[in-house]
Ligand binder design. Sequence first.
Ligand SMILES: *Cc1c(COP(=O)(O)O)cnc(C)c1O
Length: 376
Amino acid sequence: MNQPKYYLLTPGPITTTYTVKEAMLTDWGSWDDDFNQVTQSIRSGLLKVANAETSHVCVPLQGSGTFAVEATLGTLLGPNDKLLVLMNGAYGQRIAKICDYLKRPYSIIDTGDYLPPDPEAVRKALQDDPAITTVALVHCETSSGILNPVEAVAGVVKEMGRKLIIDSMSAFGALPVNAEELPFDALISSANKCFEGVPGFGFSLIRRDLLENCKGNAHSLSMDLYDQWAYMEKTGQWRYTPPTHTVAAFAQAMREHAAEGGTQGRLARYTRNRDQLVAGMRKLGFKTLLEDIWLSPIIVTFISPDDPAFEFKRFYAELKKRGFVIYPGKLTQMDSFRIGCIGQIDTPEVSRLLSAIQEVLSVMQVNLSIMEETLS
Ligand SMILES: *Cc1c(COP(=O)(O)O)cnc(C)c1O
């Protein structure tokens, strides 16, 4: 019963523990004090993880992570704001697309599919355009798996006196975030990534004195994080029906996160998973898209072998039969696929995954030594 049907090696939803799933067996009243306490505990717990209890507030929002990104942009960007989007993949592109919908002015620095943003280029863009008030950056760009240089960018943004919004969806909980050292105005994540909860809500950690001045900015009633926050402060309740079971599961997930040693403990396990995965895949003949210094412990992109016998759909299906669900690639330039390091997986599961991959390659009659020769 505790064994999942298959392991989700994807960047959310991820494989959760049995105890997290079990926490969903109670029906909660959304107005009830017991449930309000659960909500309050996760809000203060998340601030604590980011060492942001005195500076920021935590505003959860129903929906997937993108809802929280859109709500944060809509709430924080006022009529006189302009955003600079640092883009190197699908999630940076999504931020720009949200601004199109919201009709908020923005400019971009696009470094393509998998190159990191250059902090000095950010400095120059901010020098050249005084209209830019705010910068948006993706912490771990899940589409390639690159770990972007958030600390360096945050330093520049602060020096230049601008605001910073970080999409840390796939990083927060596993990569250290310390509000006293990493200056950010908002940081967004969701329930079903590194905290290993189930999907259903996202949340934004927003600098309190900034949010206090954001009344009336939002383009949408249900996405107004100022209103969500003000109502929650006043009543302890969510505006509108909360995902009660997801919230209860998340409280359990946060207890398990703490029991594992918090962010550090989780990072250690994910890093172990990544190192074992990358070493094992390289031994089989696969290449990673990124150089080692940019590889995140969240998700890794592998270049598809150029042997015509390799077909991703079949590879995926054969691995699924063996209990592992992987993720298609998201690059515009070349064929690739991704394997996640997050969720309830550890050394034994990665070992079994690697054996399954080896077996599937042989079933598909893919010869990776061909790729080895053509690439080197
Ligand atoms: C998962 C993710 C999101 C949000 O995705 P949803 O599908 O809306 O939950 C946003 N940004 C990044 C970097 C992500 O990894």
